[in-house]
Write a protein that binds this ligand. Sequence first.
Ligand SMILES: NC(=O)c1ccc[n+]([C@@H]2O[C@H](COP(=O)([O-])OP(=O)(O)OC[C@H]3O[C@@H](n4cnc5c(N)ncnc54)[C@H](O)[C@@H]3O)[C@@H](O)[C@H]2O)c1
Length: 319
Amino acid sequence: MPTYLITGGAGFIGSHLAQALTAQGQTVRVFDNLTSGKMQNLRAARRGKGEFSFIEGDIRDLQTCQQAMQGVDYVLHQAARPSVQRSIENPLATHEVNATGSLNILWAAKEAGVKRVVVASSSSIYGDVKPESAPKEEALPPKPLSPYAVSKVAMENYCTAFYNVYGLETVRLRYFNVFGPRQDPESPYAAVVPKFLFALQEGQAPTVLGDGRQSRDFTYVDNVVAANLAACTAPEAPGQAINVAAGVSHDLLDLLQVLGELLGSEVEPKFGPARSGEVRYSLASLEQAKQVLGYAPKVDFRQGLARLVELARQGRYAD
Ligand SMILES: NC(=O)c1ccc[n+]([C@@H]2O[C@H](COP(=O)([O-])OP(=O)(O)OC[C@H]3O[C@@H](n4cnc5c(N)ncnc54)[C@H](O)[C@@H]3O)[C@@H](O)[C@H]2O)c1
């Protein structure tokens, strides 16, 4: 039975990966320093059939990475400082975790003879491309707008170098605005879906930054889990960058409207100043994901939001 190491496994996406793998009876080791992750996110993973263990540690520490890597077959590398805004406030801290920490993980994986490392990269590396409405394809040259995006480009470049130089199998998954249960709604850096959902649930006016016409390819977390699991074994995946998204773009006002319909709530938003460093339009091409991973989104935008609203209604958002 292979062993999976999930860095950042106590976070939003990592905890869903851990849950899916232990449900299949796989052996899972989570490695997390609990900065934005929480132990309670791992309750479902612990209930699965598979063996589960947890290492509290920091990917900035090479020795801990080396210890965590012993006996590991696949690494799903999710640990990061994941916000554009935080990276603008402190680019050095973002670089330390996302670039240097990722380098530690790759080096430790190479030394331990890991079969494959699948990393969480980001659509933000594309920046604003022309024409704006065109789907972003993996072959586009990265044009990072924020220090966060730069740190993900650095991580990706290390992945490519490790594949070319050491033959370590690396797969770079470029996530597009993932949403789902357990995504933190309260942090000042919270993503827009949980922020809007919780504001509407409380009957408060959600704040839209900018004109609300900025669009995103919102992706339900189950799609991201499926892509990661496929990326561990797909024969053509090593050395590749692959978009993971729903393949449809919605702007923030659309998002508010659908959430309002699902919640039966009619709250008018407030508008605030637009943020710098953020892309305006985002839509993924899924051709590469389809060809290399056999990926197709299982849950679309509206279905994903409906699931989320239902869980929030039942008080099971954090389960
Ligand atoms: N959520 C999205 O829409 C999205 C989009 C694109 C890319 N990503 C990437 O996906 C990954 C997971 O994101 P998420 O939304 O689940 O975020 P998250 O903040 O919920 O998870 C990140 C996890 O990493 C852990 N962590 C942070 N620094 C660490 C360190 N130094 N050592 C060990 N663990 C550390 C945190 O405690 C947390 O559990 C990140 O790499 C992020 O950049 C997310």
